[in-house]
Design a protein around this ligand. Structure first.
Ligand SMILES: [Zn+2]
Length: 890
């Protein structure tokens, strides 16, 4: 679906788990599981939240639902946490804005819907390379935005591209752009964006089939002002003719950007299969052709039609609004009523598509489509059309079914595919389809399983119960859409919780997923040349044929079940004991972190550094161990227990995070797999090849190679990546690996850190400048006891020679030295004060403190109160300017 991507930040992805279209179901009674209500400390008698809205016990925010007399429905969210979110003085606000500007410099990727797919290769590679020795100082990767929360608002209109007039495809999307071009009250064309930019905010919008969502965030002290400016787009947008012509170009370029995306192409191709006249087949993107050139030829006044569409559909009774800020509920209510009461209500009924529920009840569906992809990928999509399931949101039958189909543990489709890997290379498509149908047939034969349903239910409930606070702009975006779909009490839970096991409802959906109702879509570069059809808008080349008779016959009637496919066994990793809950510290700022624990082990062995061969074997060992764990540890993964194995310089690091209760079970599993380590020759070969590629990629990346050489100079004994690359290239065997592993296990020394308490952690910032051409960053380091200050410069080799760069760095060091010696005591004091502030700063994540402590363990320094010591020392320096120290001495 088209999405605007104006400001950096806010990636407007629609929530995947939202139920399908359909009217909000009627409210039901009995609410189980989750604690209801408000009644939090800090709520004054006058500032009541709404006890009917079911929220997570770990959610400190307060909620109130109101309906304005114009029909607009709003959810007010107050997240005042007791601490002053403003940072106290003007100084911090300035810093904040500076930071924003830096961040603004980085371009967003635009709205390609499949960035993740494309980046995957790179990321897997990053994962494998894992140096840990300079945990704190290294890693010039930019940290997330400051933890200081923004205020945010989102508005959802229950109208989307389905309402586009036939002669103006893309009009709803176009209007979503146009309303932002100034209002009667604030006429400047890009005034709102400029305002947000100045105050550290961002905004975005997206148009879906039956809904359009707008959202923004901004620094809290500017929220009232921003809200008023934003609301004018729904009250009195200017939409002047002049701007219309220009903005068509913006919509057109969004379409042009989307064109090379295989997922967008596939979506549009699916749309084209819908029954003739069904809105599903509309071209919702819009482009210059549909919004400008064709209307001109046909003498359609698209400017007038835009205003008509606004008057007809941007009406208060279709709107749901969510606002979140630190103000009291009473204040938020006052603001929302004052501002949004002016949104007009045209009294028209809501657009209704309920008579069009079966778009794919057509012969065009249930075929085999071959498609030529843009990227070199092979992908198979099996689809079934099922009736709208929105009214079953309390049961979520499709979630239950897709959970099982997507399962990765023993007995799953993926598990079988992994085993048949080699066979698969030749029999891909038919074989995969067959496994999926066999699995579904098994599910249909066995019927819905209460035990499995309850496991999923428990996992979702745990996640909701111990949820982490999300970014306000994402949160309000999600909730304002939920308000269109669920009754009031389920605004916060409707898209996540599984409320009720209902085998009949699950069976009804499950029984539809039969081979003879499936549509197959096969993406493959090999289809090139045999696809003579062309999709109208994206130009996707495809062909259509009947499902091959041989396949259809095999699936018809009673095709055999596969004995290797079976239901997942009971998940032993689901936490049920939460006795270490947070209720003892209700007034901390981030109370939810405490249900998570961290376990880390460092298994050190002198074997590893003995030779480059050993280092390579160690890397192979860790990668294969992770591979061996993938299946048995999948259950832990879905139960929100995270684990990671890292090949360090001197040992294996095992990091675990998750609910206390079952975390040790996961550790045992890992240790067992380590103790009984074994591997197949084919797996060994696959990982050897992969590792060779990884080393090679390090060798061709200047920053990685530079680091390797720097460390070689600093450390007594270090094998270079080139040596490792040579070692893996000359060929190692499974026997080599097993011999190495036996030696490793014989000489193992373990250190560990277990942490589950909540204390302050510090955030580290890095000076990092990123431009398209080169990277420059200075860092302070402590490498195996060698203190250092390094300046790293990366440029294109063809632009500057390394001698030239070197000279520039020397020049900088001289001038910086002069700058330092010329620094006044006062200026130096300011710097020290800022650094103290930084080191004293509490952070939102327990994980960062764990990282800090872990650094002490890994480097065997064990100075767990390092920050306090550093702060104390710095305060000593400042004793002249600061009269007394209030900091606890250590
Ligand atoms: Zn757009």
């Amino acid at each position: 679906m088209p999405q605007t991507s104006k400001s950096s930040g806010a990636g407007a992805a629609s929530p995947a788990s939202a139920p399908d279209q359909g009217e909000p179901p009627p409210p039901e009674g009995a609410r189980a599981q989750v604690a209801a209500g408000d009644g939090e400390e800090g709520a004054t008698v006058d500032d009541q939240g709404d006890p009917e809205i079911v929220k997570s016990p770990s959610d400190p925010k307060r909620y109130r639902y109101i309906e304005l007399s114009n029909g607009l429905r709003a959810l007010l969210i107050s997240d005042f946490s007791g601490a002053d979110g403003e940072g106290g003085n003007g100084e911090s606000a300035e810093q904040e804005e500076e930071q924003e500007e830096e961040e603004g410099g980085e371009e967003d990727e635009g709205d390609s819907g499949e960035g993740s797919e494309e980046e995957e290769g790179d990321r897997a590679e990053e994962e494998q390379d894992s140096d840990f020795e300079e945990l704190e100082e290294e890693n010039p990767v930019k940290k997330k935005k400051s933890s200081e929360k923004q205020a945010a608002a989102a508005l959802c209109i229950g109208v989307g591209s389905f309402s586009d007039p036939d002669e103006l495809p893309g009009l709803a999307h176009f209007l979503e752009h146009m309303v932002f071009m100034g209002s009667e009250k604030y006429p400047a064309e890009n005034g709102f964006d400029a305002f947000l930019k100045k105050h550290g905010g961002s905004d975005n919008a997206s148009t879906d089939c039956e809904r359009t969502i707008f959202q923004f965030d901004v620094q809290r002290k500017h929220f009232r002002d921003a809200l008023d400016r934003w609301a004018q787009f729904f009250i009195c947008p200017l939409m002047i003719e002049d701007a219309v012509d220009r903005e068509v170009e913006a919509v057109d370029s969004e379409f042009q950007l989307a064109r090379p995306s295989d997922s967008h192409r596939k979506e549009m191709l699916f749309g084209s299969l819908a029954k003739p006249g069904h809105p599903m087949s509309k071209f919702c993107w819009g482009n210059a052709q549909t919004l400008k050139h064709e209307p001109r030829e046909k003498q359609i006044n698209s400017y007038e039609r835009l205003r008509d569409f606004w008057r007809r559909y941007y009406s208060a009774q279709y709107m749901t609004l969510t606002v979140q800020s630190k103000e009291t509920l009473d204040t938020l209510e006052e603001w929302v009523r004052e501002i949004f009461i002016r949104v007009p209500n045209n009294g028209e009924p809501r657009p209704d598509f309920s008579h069009l529920q079966q778009p794919f009840d057509t012969p065009a569906f249930n075929k085999l489509y071959r498609v030529v992809p843009v990227r070199k990928v092979h992908a198979l999509t099996i689809s079934w059309a099922v009736p709208p399931q929105g009214k079953h949101y309390r049961v979520k039958p499709l979630h239950y079914i897709s959970w099982l189909i997507g399962h990765e543990g023993t007995g799953s489709i993926l598990s079988l595919l992994r085993k048949k890997y080699e066979y698969m290379l030749t029999h891909t498509q038919k074989c995969v389809v067959h496994f999926v149908f066999q699995y579904l047939k098994m599910l249909q034969t066995l019927g819905p399983q209460q035990r499995i349903y309850e496991e999923i239910q428990k996992i979702e409930a745990n996640e909701f119960h111990y949820q982490e606070q999300t970014d306000p702009i994402e949160f309000v975006e999600n909730i304002c859409e939920n308000m269109q779909l669920f009754p009031k009490q389920d605004f916060l839970t409707g898209d996540q919780l599984m409320f009720k096991y209902d085998p009949q409802v699950i069976n009804a959906a499950l029984s539809l997923l039969k081979p003879d109702r499936a549509n197959l879509l096969l993406l493959s570069p090999e289809n090139e040349g045999c696809c003579l059809l062309k999709e109208k808008w994206f130009g996707t080349c495809y062909s259509v044929e009947d499902i091959p008779e041989e396949w259809a016959e095999r699936w018809a009637g009673d095709f055999e079940l596969n004995p290797e496919l079976h239901l997942p066994a009971e998940n032993k990793f689901i936490a049920t004991d939460f006795t270490l809950k947070t209720s003892d510290c209700p007034d901390t700022e981030y109370p939810l972190e405490t249900v998570s624990s961290y376990i880390r082990f460092h298994l050190i062995s002198p074997m590893i550094q003995k030779s480059p061969e050993n280092l390579v074997l160690f890397d192979l060992f860790v990668n294969i161990l992770a591979h061996n764990l993938a299946e048995p540890a999948y259950e832990a993964d879905v139960a929100q227990l995270e684990y990671k194995l890292v090949a360090g310089e001197h040992g294996l690091m095992i990091r675990l995070k998750g609910f206390n209760h079952k975390l040790p079970l996961l550790l045992h599993l890992i240790v067992d797999k380590l103790a009984d380590f074994s591997t197949e020759p084919s797996v060994f070969t696959m990982f050897s090849e992969q590792l060779k590629k990884t080393y090679f990629n390090i060798l061709i990346k200047p920053d990685r190679l530079g680091k390797d050489i720097r460390l070689q100079i600093l450390e007594h004994c270090r094998w270079s990546v080139i040596q490792k690359y040579r070692a893996v290239s000359k060929g190692l065997t499974v026997d080599d690996l097993m011999t190495f592993v036996r030696g490793l296990k014989a000489e193992l020394y373990a250190e560990g850190l277990v942490q589950g308490n909540f204390t302050s952690a510090v955030r580290h910032t890095h000076t990092d400048f990123l431009t398209s051409r080169y990277q420059v960053y200075p860092t302070c380091r402590n490498t195996s006891g060698v203190l250092g200050f390094s300046v790293t410069v990366e440029t294109q080799a063809t632009k500057f020679s390394s001698e030239f760069v070197e000279a520039k760095i020397e020049e900088f060091l001289v001038s910086f030295g002069e700058c330092l010696s010329g620094l006044s005591d006062e200026a130096f004091g300011t710097q020290v004060t800022a650094l103290i502030k930084l080191k004293e700063c509490e952070d939102a994540h327990l994980g960062e403190e764990v990282d800090r402590n872990w650094f002490e363990v890994v480097t065997q320094q064990y100075v767990f109160d390092r920050l306090n010591k550093e702060v104390t020392l710095m305060l000593l320096h400042l004793h002249v300017t600061l009269p007394t120290s209030t900091h606890p001495s250590t």
